[in-house]
Design a protein around this ligand. Structure first.
Ligand SMILES: NC(=O)c1ccc[n+]([C@@H]2O[C@H](COP(=O)([O-])OP(=O)(O)OC[C@H]3O[C@@H](n4cnc5c(N)ncnc54)[C@H](O)[C@@H]3O)[C@@H](O)[C@H]2O)c1
Length: 298
């Protein structure tokens, strides 16, 4: 069997997200065991993956350096949990979003895994401190939250439990990079992680603007799909702010008073925190004024 990586990866739950993860890990040359309690789910998943990989290959957009047949040969199904985790270096849990179920699943795994394997959850919003509570292997636990479908959207939010070992974060980060994802390290768990906090901040302001009769719902959506969203597909909000003014001091002078006028809750404070200013300074160093013109003109 063709494999470029040592050790296997277990996809724990072969539904929508599990299938996409399986394809990603196979594209990175990992041997993948697709585990589920439902044999039919595994059968459907393997068939679905085969069809999708073939279509991607025919269209020249299959990920990785292996052919579709080589990648498919790396993926196998399994309904025996002990057989599934044997020799695993990484387990990506993809069971339904239910705290009690996930706690049960991780307790089961806790009894049979070694001291090295990474136990990672795809959870969209369950906090690691609730999911991994009381586990013997808590240092090896982390959330790796993908965006649906992970095969096509690279972002993965890595969220540690307070007791997660820093090496678990680093190893998970490296594995995600290996399979071509864009992991981000969240330093401390928070409800909504980062993506959903940003998403719901936008939704909440959108609701307010529509509710106050300032714009129609369809025009509000055009503002995002044909405007702001196009910009954000390339650069984030902080870099956008930096490019909007001539560097750090101008940024503060020009934008600060304007932002306060907008009457958004977070701008009401008189002083921004010293930590935020340190980050803004760092951003300005990373993207100096010399290159600003280049970025702006692009
Ligand atoms: N769907 C999304 O848009 C999305 C996006 C990001 C993250 N997630 C997260 O990914 C996880 C999986 O979501 P999904 O949409 O793939 O769910 P899904 O319902 O499509 O798949 C869940 C799979 O888990 C299996 N399963 C159930 N109990 C099990 C058990 N005890 N042991 C092993 N397998 C079991 C089911 O048979 C099914 O195949 C959830 O935590 C979800 O929040 C989902």
């Amino acid at each position: 069997m063709t494999s470029t990586q040592d050790g296997s990866v277990v996809i724990f739950g072969s539904g929508l997200i599990g299938r996409s993860w399986a394809m990603l890990f196979a594209s990175g040359g990992f041997k993948v065991k697709l585990y589920d309690i439902e044999q039919q789910q595994i059968t459907n998943a393997l068939e679905n993956i085969r069809k999708e990989m073939k279509t991607l290959e025919q269209n020249g957009i299959l990920k990785g350096s292996l052919s579709a047949d080589q990648q498919l040969a790396l993926i196998s199904g399994c309904t025996d949990i002990k057989v599934a985790v044997e020799g695993a270096i990484y387990i990506q849990e993809c069971t339904p979003e239910n705290l009690d179920l996930k706690k049960k699943v991780f307790s089961q795994l806790d009894l049979i895994v070694d001291d090295k394997v990474i136990l990672s959850s795809s959870s969209s919003c369950l906090l690691p401190s609730k999911m991994f509570v009381g586990l013997k292997h808590v240092k090896q636990c982390i959330v790796a939250h993908p965006v649906n479908p992970p095969y096509y959207v690279p972002l993965v939010e890595l969220v540690p439990h307070p007791e997660t070992d820093p090496s678990t974060m680093e190893r998970t980060y490296a594995i995600m990079k290996k399979i071509g994802q864009s992991p981000v390290k969240i330093k401390k768990e928070i409800d909504g992680f980062i993506l959903n906090r940003l998403q719901y901040a936008i939704i909440s302001e959108a609701w307010r603007l529509v509710d106050e009769g300032l714009v129609s719902p369809s025009d509000l959506d055009i503002v995002m799909s044909d405007g702001l969203g196009m910009r954000y597909a390339f650069i984030g909000p902080l870099e956008t702010m930096h490019l909007n003014a001539e560097g750090n001091s101008s940024f503060l002078l020009e934008l600060r008073s304007f932002l306060k006028e907008l009457d958004l809750v977070s701008w009401k404070t008189e002083l921004w925190s010293p930590l935020l200013l340190i980050f803004i300074n760092k951003l300005c160093e990373d993207l100096p004024l010399k290159t600003r013109k280049l970025h702006s003109s692009w």
